[in-house]
Ligand binder design. Structure first.
Ligand code: MAN
Length: 193
């Protein structure tokens, strides 16, 4: 009866024990592998599409800096800026790390600072600023946040870190990434030099 049904295409040709033929098993495994590969590629495609939709500043300039970090010792902490990722406060005593914000957005702000003789400062005019928000919660205060204000410099360097109010930090940072962005247009003491 079974043979008859198989011959007429009504039953699949499995053997009597019910186990699949080697060919069918191989084909099933190959299909599974192809499906896994397709899913992996779909995930990569989604990640790339999300990344392309993000704002990396004029000419996507900050994309190249992502993942790199610069740091500066100040008081009892080492402060670390990881471009487009997070800012951190690292205790010199116990090496405990506190997140001072995760990268949130790119902005422009006005500054009016005297430029130090060594040129390592913001000067005055419009500057690119990176906002880092929602860092580690501050006891009796907000979640920590950092405003990273940028000025043109030959190399990436944290110049100054201040805590403007409790758990609200400001970093002044030099980087070649903004040299062609705003400062060319702005009237700054730097242009006069
Ligand atoms: C830690 C640091 C300081 C902060 C206090 C707030 O000591 O993160 O910068 O002002 O916590 O309690």
């Amino acid at each position: 009866m079974r043979v008859l049904l198989v011959e007429n295409g009504i039953l699949a040709p499995t053997d009597v024990s019910g186990s699949e033929s080697k060919e069918l098993e191989d084909a099933r495994n190959a299909l599974k592998a192809a499906e896994n590969g397709l899913n992996d590629n779909k995930n990569i495609l989604n990640e790339r599409a999300e990344d392309l939709a993000k704002d990396y500043g004029a000419d996507d300039i900050f994309r190249a800096l992502r993942g790199q970090c610069v740091s500066k010792d100040s008081g009892e902490y080492t402060y670390e800026l990881c471009w487009l990722e997070q800012t951190k406060q690292i205790s010199k005593k116990n090496h405990g790390q506190t997140t001072m914000g995760k990268f949130a957005s790119i902005d422009t702000i006005m500054v009016d600072d005297e430029l130090p003789a060594d040129g390592k400062g913001l000067g005055s005019g419009q500057r690119v600023a990176l906002r880092y928000e929602n860092g580690q919660h501050c006891w009796n205060g907000p979640n920590r946040s950092t405003l990273v204000v940028l000025a043109c410099a030959e190399k990436d360097e944290v110049w100054k870190v201040t805590e403007e109010e409790k758990c609200v930090y400001r970093m002044e940072v030099g980087t070649p990434a903004v040299c062609n962005v705003l400062e060319k247009k702005a009237e700054t003491p730097r242009d006069e030099l």
